[in-house]
Design a protein around this ligand. Structure first.
Ligand SMILES: NC(=O)c1ccc[n+]([C@@H]2O[C@H](COP(=O)([O-])OP(=O)(O)OC[C@H]3O[C@@H](n4cnc5c(N)ncnc54)[C@H](OP(=O)(O)O)[C@@H]3O)[C@@H](O)[C@H]2O)c1
Length: 330
C-alpha cells in the first residue's frame, strides 16, 4: 500500500509517497481502508518538523482519514466489516499516521458514521470539532448573540460560520478578496469585512448598531489582535486559537483595562486541552457528526486531490487561497 512519510522535515518536497506493507490489526484494533484524507495546518507543522506534539521521524503527517472497516482484530465488538468510520489522530496516542491506503487504529478511537453520510464531508469534521469547542465551550456562559470570524473563508473559518449560524448568532466574517467574500456570504455569514481595506473594528461596531459582538474568533493574532477588544460588546470574549502572524506587542492587561465598561475576556485555545479528556472530545465530534447526518452543516470542500498529489495539496494549503477545506482521496 501507499503511505506518505516525512524523513527529513521541510517544504512540500519533504513529503514522500512510499510503499509499505498493509498493516494488520491486532487485538482490539480495526483496519480502515481509506477513502478520504483531510489536509490541515497540523499536517504542515508535522511536515516542517515544528509541531509541538511532533510524532517521531520518519513521520506520516496525516491527521484525519475517513473510510470503511476492512479488517477486525480479535475482541472487537460493535463494528462490522464495511462500516463507514472517521478517524482523527486526536484520538490516537500520538498525532499523524493517517495518510495511507490502510490505517490500523484502536477500535475505540474511531467514530462510526451513518451509512448515508458522505466520507468526503466527514473527513472535514475535525474543523467542526474545533469550531464547536470554540463556540460552545470557550465563551462567556451567557451565549453570545453575534460573532466576528477572522479569516472566515478558511477551513476552520467556514466551520465556525456554519456552526455559529446553527446556534442562531449573527455572523460577521473578515476576508481578503471579493471571491472569498461571495463564498463566505454563500456559506451563511450575515456580513463580510474586507480587512485589508476596511477598519475591522469600526465596521463591526457599525454592523452591530454600536453594540459590538459577543465573540471574536481569531487565529492570526499579530499587530491587529489587541484592537479587536474594541469590537467586543458587554461580557465579550476575544478568543485566540493560533498566532499565524506572531504575538501582539501591546500590554494586553492595559488594553483590557481600557475597555473595563464591557468586562472583556481574552482566552487562548488549543484543542490539546482535550488530549486527556476522551469523553469531552468525543462528545464534540458526536455533536458535529449528528449535525452532518441531518444535513444541518455542509462542509465546504475547496479541492479534492489524489494522495499521490500530496505535495500539491500542502502547497495549496500554504498559499492560503483555499475556499474551505482541502481533502485528498486514494
Ligand atoms: N487551536 C487549535 O486547536 C486549532 C485547531 C485547528 C486549527 N487551528 C488553527 O486554525 C487556523 C486556521 O486553520 P485552517 O485549516 O482553517 O487554515 P486555512 O484554511 O488556511 O484558513 C486560514 C484563513 O485565514 C485567513 N488569513 C490568513 N492570514 C490572515 C490575516 N493576516 N488576517 C486575516 N485572515 C488571514 C485566510 O483568508 P484571507 O485570504 O481572507 O486572509 C485563510 O482563509 C490555523 O492557524 C490552525 O493552526 C487551531
Amino acid at each position: 500500500m501507499r503511505a506518505v512519510l516525512v524523513r527529513q522535515p521541510g517544504g512540500p518536497d519533504a513529503l514522500e509517497v512510499v510503499e509499505l506493507p498493509v498493516p494488520v490489526p491486532g487485538a482490539g484494533q480495526v483496519q480502515i481502508r481509506a477513502e478520504a484524507f483531510g489536509v490541515g495546518q497540523p499536517d504542515v507543522l508535522i511536515r516542517r518538523g515544528v509541531y509541538k506534539w511532533m510524532p517521531p521521524l520518519p513521520a506520516n503527517p496525516g491527521n484525519d482519514v475517513a473510510g470503511r472497516i476492512s479488517a477486525l482484530g480479535s475482541g472487537v465488538e460493535g463494528l462490522a466489516l464495511g462500516q463507514k468510520v472517521l478517524l482523527s489522530a486526536r484520538d490516537l496516542s500520538q498525532r499523524g499516521g493517517c495518510y495511507a491506503d490502510y490505517v490500523v487504529a484502536p477500535a475505540d478511537a474511531v467514530h462510526a458514521l451513518p451509512d448515508h453520510v458522505e466520507l468526503q464531508a466527514a473527513v472535514c469534521l475535525s474543523n467542526y470539532q474545533v469550531a464547536y469547542a470554540l463556540l460552545h465551550e470557550c465563551r462567556h456562559p451567557r451565549a453570545p448573540a453575534s460573532a466576528l470570524v477572522i479569516g472566515a473563508a478558511g477551513g476552520v473559518g467556514t466551520a465556525l460560520v456554519q456552526l455559529a449560524k446553527l446556534a442562531g448568532m449573527t455572523v460577521i466574517g473578515t476576508v481578503s478578496t471579493e471571491e472569498k467574500a461571495a463564498f463566505t456570504r454563500a456559506n451563511g455569514a450575515d456580513h463580510v469585512i474586507f480587512y485589508r481595506s476596511e477598519d475591522v473594528v469600526a465596521r463591526t461596531r457599525e454592523l452591530t448598531d454600536g453594540e459590538g459582538v459577543g465573540l471574536v474568533l481569531d487565529h492570526v493574532c499579530g499587530p491587529e489582535f489587541t484592537s479587536y477588544l474594541g469590537a467586543l460588546g458587554k461580557w465579550g470574549t476575544l478568543l485566540s486559537y493560533n498566532a499565524f502572524a506572531g504575538l501582539p506587542e501591546e500590554n494586553l492587561m492595559a488594553a483590557m483595562r481600557d475597555h473595563l465598561d464591557i468586562c472583556p475576556a481574552i482566552r487562548c485555545f488549543s484543542f490539546h486541552i482535550y488530549d486527556h479528556d476522551r469523553d469531552g472530545r468525543r462528545a464534540l465530534m458526536r455533536s458535529v457528526i449528528e449535525a452532518l447526518s441531518r444535513n444541518a452543516i455542509k462542509p465546504a470542500i475547496s479541492a479534492v486531490l489524489k494522495l499521490d498529489e500530496v505535495r500539491k495539496a500542502h502547497t495549496l494549503l500554504e498559499q492560503g487561497s483555499a475556499l474551505g477545506k482541502i481533502i485528498m482521496i486514494p
